[in-house]
Design a protein around this ligand. Structure first.
Ligand code: ZN
Length: 156
């Protein structure tokens, strides 16, 4: 039985929908930061760009290649943080990471559709696929604070 088939039907549909039709793929005209993420265990790659307005994520772009979990998680992440404050985005990162390491806990309601990825937490080898985009976002937010304007690279 394939990994995807072990996930709940509804969640599987949601994940496959994001994988097939990733949101927020358009490159940004004038990004403030860009970051790349790579998961060598699975070969997943993503490129992310952020545009800030005051302390808010005004726009985000994410493009990548890799397995359905890594790409769907990235697409869902862009929807979750677009328009949010940096503060809120950091809280979502923490909540998402906690969900992926503590499958025994009820995910916070704030995560919304991202709850679909909780089933992945049972498959240790796939957790890095699901968290790749989130580590890359964290890197992008860090760059904003340190004032770096060039692309950086995270390996999960
Ligand atoms: Zn993967």
């Amino acid at each position: 039985m394939s990994f995807e088939l072990e996930l709940d039907d509804l969640y599987r549909e949601l994940i496959l929908d994001h994988y097939r039709n990733p949101r927020n793929r358009e490159p940004l005209a004038d990004p403030d930061v860009s970051a790349e993420g790579y998961n060598p265990l699975c070969g997943d790659e993503i490129t992310m760009e952020l545009k800030f307005q005051d302390s808010r994520i005004a726009d985000i772009s994410l493009r990548g290649r890799g397995c359905s979990i890594s790409q769907a998680s990235g697409s869902m992440m862009t929807e979750a943080v677009k328009g949010r404050s940096v503060e809120e985005a950091r809280r979502l990162i923490d909540e998402f990471k906690t969900m992926m390491t503590r499958p025994d806990l009820e995910p916070p309601a704030e995560l919304g559709d991202l709850e679909a990825l909780q089933g992945v937490a049972k498959f240790a080898v796939r957790v890095k696929c699901a968290t790749l985009a989130w580590h890359t976002l964290e890197d992008g937010l860090q760059q904003r604070e340190t004032g770096a304007r060039h692309a950086s690279h995270v390996e999960t």
